[in-house]
Design a protein around this ligand. Structure first.
Ligand code: GLU
Length: 470
């Protein structure tokens, strides 16, 4: 049997971490078993579905590298004829019926049930009434009256729901449009989904869906309901806990590998291993190891993982992501001849996010506007112009431009001026970076290049002379 899983988001908002984790687990399960992973956009709620949200889902999945096997995403709105066909079939075979109970009638029923402390549910009034179709009738599914549904949930264990707890749910609205439970069932059946892996907020729908699948004589998929993700305060993770959309994590400087590694550990474990390559996730992933209890989102751990991946990834794997952040800052990465791999190597230790790395790297690409006031005041003093002029002369004279050589020049200049290394390196750093913080100065200069170094030294000399003599 080929394993077929799906991710079935409703495009009514951004792709949030809960959705991304569901997508990841479904994807991993398919990849692990050499199966297929299908992306199905559940866009039948025309009022709430938006194109922007579809795009956010596609972007989020592409950014995380969760590739799907259908050539194009499947959109439910393109399949209304199929849903209608199944609704007609259910009616024809006596598994469904028309119902014309009015809203007022249903509201009164609900109120009465609530007053009697009963579970509000449809009372089956039209079930045997043989109503015919009109523009006021919905179609209801005839839920079996007896028996029980056993969900052998792969995460939560056996869940038993008695059919008498369920009512006759609506499968088509008065305008003929199919409802969520119907479309899911038809697609899961047609797509031959073998494993439905989704959030446990759908657990109440599962017995209803199984009843419809049984009525259609379809093979039942296995179900795995993933527990919720909570914020640090124990409430369901939401915007007020900070970033929750996948693309916001990109914007805030996380690497997709770091977020993916973080997500895989949200409710799943493999011994006490914390770091997983994509290949390891696929090799070790088991639904048996998914924890049935809710997990808590921990930003600090994500940040730790991000730093780990910044430190240990190949610079060439980080480069496109850094380039994206630099481009966001108006930098034309292509036109500047900066060795981005050397830049990443120089910066990564001190940066926990790509935002920090990009912000700390802007001066390699673009002239800074002004010197950091405090740092300049401290380092640009009487005589600093002379120090910088000496350095400039020495740098101008060399034909080679690499860190060890630059290091020697700085050291020799300090010696010949009888100054400590810091007294030379610090004004030099502020002259070329504009701030007092940078990677080691020789490496900084090597990446910056000769031309920019000499120009910025001259700019600093002029600045010092102008301020000293003002
Ligand atoms: N479209 C549903 C949602 O976004 C998921 C349906 C399913 O996975 O069965 O919550």
């Amino acid at each position: 049997m080929t394993v077929i899983t799906r991710f079935a988001p409703s495009p009514t908002g951004y792709l949030h971490v809960g959705g991304a984790r569901t997508a990841l687990f479904s994807w991993l399960y398919a990849r692990k078993h050499g199966g297929q992973f299908i992306l199905r956009i559940e866009d039948t709620d025309l009022e709430r579905s938006t194109q922007a949200s579809v795009q956010a889902i596609l972007d989020g999945m592409a950014w995380l590298g969760l590739d799907y096997d259908n050539p194009e995403p499947f959109f439910q709105t393109a399949h209304f004829p199929r849903y209608k066909e199944i609704i007609a079939q259910l009616l024809e075979r006596g598994h469904a019926y028309y119902c014309d109970c009015s809203k007022e009638e249903l509201d009164a029923l609900r109120e009465q049930q609530m007053a009697n402390k009963e579970k509000p549910r449809y009372n089956g009034k039209c079930r045997h009434a043989k109503k015919s179709a009109s523009d006021k009738t919905v179609v209801r599914f005839k839920t079996p009256v007896d028996g029980a549904i056993h969900i052998g949930d792969l995460v939560k264990g056996d869940i038993v729901v008695a059919n008498k707890e369920l009512d006759d749910l609506i499968i088509a609205r008065a305008d003929g449009s199919p409802t969520y439970n119907l479309t899911v069932v038809v697609d899961d059946m047609d797509m031959r989904i073998t494993h439905v892996i989704r959030g446990d907020d759908h657990i109440n729908n599962t017995p209803r869906q199984i009843n419809i699948l049984n009525a259609l004589e379809a093979t039942l998929p296995k179900y795995a309901h993933l527990p919720m993700i909570l914020g640090a305060d124990g409430a369901r993770l939401s915007k007020r806990h900070g970033a929750v959309s996948v693309m916001q994590f990109r914007d805030e400087g996380y690497l997709p590998q770091a977020l993916l590694n973080y997500l895989v550990r949200l409710g799943w474990s493999h011994g006490d291993q914390e770091i997983f390559s994509r290949e390891e996730m696929i090799a070790y992933f088991e639904l048996d190891d998914v924890n049935g209890a809710a997990s808590t989102f921990n930003m600090e751990k994500l940040l730790w993982l991000n730093h780990h991946y910044l430190m240990h990834s190949q610079p060439s794997d980080i480069a496109p992501h850094l380039a994206w952040h630099l481009t966001q800052r108006g930098i034309d990465v292509q036109s500047e001849h900066v060795d981005v791999l050397a830049l990443i190597q120089a910066q990564r230790e001190r940066c926990k996010t790509l935002v920090e790395m990009a912000e700390a790297s802007v001066y390699f690409y673009r002239e800074f506007e002004q010197y950091d006031e405090k740092a300049a005041k401290k380092a640009f003093v009487e005589g600093s112009d002379n120090v910088l002029a000496q350095l400039k002369d020495a740098f101008s004279a060399v034909s080679q431009w690499d860190a060890p050589l630059l290091h020697d020049i700085i050291k020799n200049t300090a010696q010949s001026l009888e100054l400590g290394l810091g007294k030379v390196a610090q004004p030099l750093r502020i002259a070329v970076c504009g701030t007092g913080v940078s990677p080691s100065i020789d490496v900084t200069l090597a990446i910056l290049g000769k031309e920019k170094t000499l120009m910025r030294l001259q700019r600093a000399i002029d600045y010092i002379q102008a301020t000293m003599h003002a």
